[in-house]
Design a protein around this ligand. Structure first.
Ligand SMILES: Cc1ncc(COP(=O)(O)O)c(C=O)c1O
Ligand SMILES: N[C@@H](CCOP(=O)(O)O)C(=O)O
Length: 464
């Protein structure tokens, strides 16, 4: 499989190349040159497969040329052995129409583990026998950081510099990152929001001096390998609910548009998905873009769903590329306009194309609280606030199609917000019982390019 950039002006790479590169050299994001697809019979044959076997079927076309199926199976077996549920991503029924897809049974209690446990192993595999040190730079609103740190702590040949917005992640999220004391882990709190952190990461990739001095890579969903691993659970859930004969709809709590783009990929691969609901909190640039065509980013409002406090959604670029006939040149011009003004209008073609599969909803604090209470009172489920945003949007949808809300985090990561709405204070799993007595280590710096690159330069290893 070969991968091309959404901006049409970067080297074409294989799977190993895109995994190690992260962002494309022209500032675009890598996507497969062609989308693989499955017949209905091939999807039906996934019925009854374990999570690992489903993962191998779904991901094999994407890694072809870089990994054999057996190698992929070995990596998936290791990655998913650390999940606390035998089904890896179990479905839980709430009522006749609604299900939760629990994605938080991995080591750091959020859906990011599903991809990052595998990505950590992919880095190890592709770096084996190479000279030099990989410098991974990432931005997090809380969950990517902890999952990436867990996946990469102590790995030979990789340093990770993770930027989080100071004071804007939950206490559990911060401690999950900052109490991992390994020499290759560097936690940085920046005086700014997540969008600023993400923009700094992209600026480092695009800076010729910095990006040639270090062998940079990414663990955010700008890295194709992240999204690829997230496609799997759409197949796994839909097949369990009767797919491909019975179409399914998904409601996805959305920030950076990575998780829901993985759903789009599943649909492109032939999975009968009737609808993908993009559920945002009041930071609703995506809802505005999908409902009115206006993709313009305002300032970020802090909410009880901090992981979705995002106003510039990286992966939306991948969707715009697909909806615009895959014209790299046209998209490069559209994105350049957005990057200079932080505003753009979708073309009619992009809007109409999106409307075929996506709907959207912006859910405020009341809507989130009601969904938290409904899940608890109706079926005894204590859910996290991000999941509640998805569930509120799912419940507002009319129709009979089975509706799966992605449960993206364990409620204990956001226990204060959960307690405020339900009166229940969810506890951390026993293995994390000492989280609040562990030593924390991180530095706080200004959110400027110079401050961050100076910090990294003092600690990272340049190319040989
Ligand atoms: C708990 C949780 N829910 C939802 C999201 C949004 O997912 P995405 O950024 O892939 O849209 C995030 C962050 O990415 C998250 O951490
Ligand atoms: N909510 C995310 C933000 C980064 O998203 P990513 O999927 O692009 O890594 C987080 O928890 O950090």
């Amino acid at each position: 499989m070969r991968y091309i950039s959404t901006r049409g002006n970067a080297p074409v790479l294989d799977f190993e190349g895109v995994t190690l590169a992260g962002l494309a050299a022209d500032g675009g994001l890598y996507v497969p040159e062609t989308w693989p697809s499955f017949s209905r019979d091939e999807i039906a044959a996934m019925q009854g497969l374990s999570y690992v076997e489903t993962a191998v079927r779904v991901m094999a076309p994407f890694v072809a040329g870089s990994l054999t199926e057996d190698e992929l199976r070995d990596l998936c077996t290791t990655a998913y052995s650390r999940f606390a549920h035998a089904a890896v991503t179990p479905l839980v029924q709430l009522d006749q129409r609604h299900w939760l897809l629990e994605l938080f049974h991995g080591p750091t209690l959020a859906f990011k583990d599903v991809a990052l446990q595998l990505v950590g192993l992919l880095f190890e595999r592709f770096l084996a026998g190479r000279e030099g040190q990989l410098t991974v730079i990432g931005a997090t609103s809380g969950d990517t950081g902890s999952a990436a740190i867990d996946a990469l702590a102590g790995r030979v040949g990789v340093d990770i510099f993770m930027l989080h917005p100071e004071g804007r992640v939950s206490d559990v999220q911060r401690r999950q990152m900052t109490t991992v004391i390994a020499p290759n882990i560097h936690n940085i709190a920046i005086r700014g929001d997540f969008d600023t952190a993400q923009a700094l990461v992209k600026a480092m990739f695009r800076d010729p001096a910095f990006s040639t001095r270090y062998a940079l890579s990414a663990v955010n969903s700008i890295n194709w390998a992240r999204l690829m691993a997230q496609v799997v659970y759409y197949f796994y859930a839909a097949v369990r609910l009767g797919g491909p004969e019975r179409p399914v709809a998904f409601s996805v709590p959305t920030g950076n548009f990575g998780d829901v783009f993985a759903g789009y990929v599943a649909a492109r691969m032939g999975l009968p998905i009737e609808r993908l609901i993009v559920a945002t909190n009041v930071n609703d640039i995506l809802h505005r873009a999908l409902s009115t065509g206006d993709y313009s980013s305002g300032t970020v409002t802090p909410t009880a769903t901090p992981s979705m406090d995002i106003q510039v959604s990286s992966n939306f670029e991948r969707l715009l590329f697909e909806l615009g006939d895959r014209s790299g040149a046209a998209l490069a011009a559209q994105m350049a306009g957005f990057e200079s003004s932080r505003a753009m209008m979708l073309t009619n073609r992009q809007r109409e194309g999106a409307a075929g599969l996506f709907t959207s909803a912006s859910i405020d604090a009341d809507g989130m609280g009601q969904a938290l209470r409904w899940a608890h009172e109706r079926s005894g489920q204590v859910i996290d606030p991000h999941t509640a945003i998805g569930l509120a949007a799912a419940r507002a949808d009319v129709g009979n199609t089975p509706m799966v809300t992605l449960a993206t985090a364990h409620p204990a990561k956001f226990r204060d917000a959960v307690e405020r709405s339900t009166g229940v204070r969810p506890g951390l799993p026993a293995r994390m019982g000492d989280l609040f007595s562990r030593e924390e280590r991180y530095d706080t710096i200004d959110a400027t390019f110079d401050a961050v690159t100076d910090y990294i330069a003092q600690r990272a290893t340049p190319r040989g």
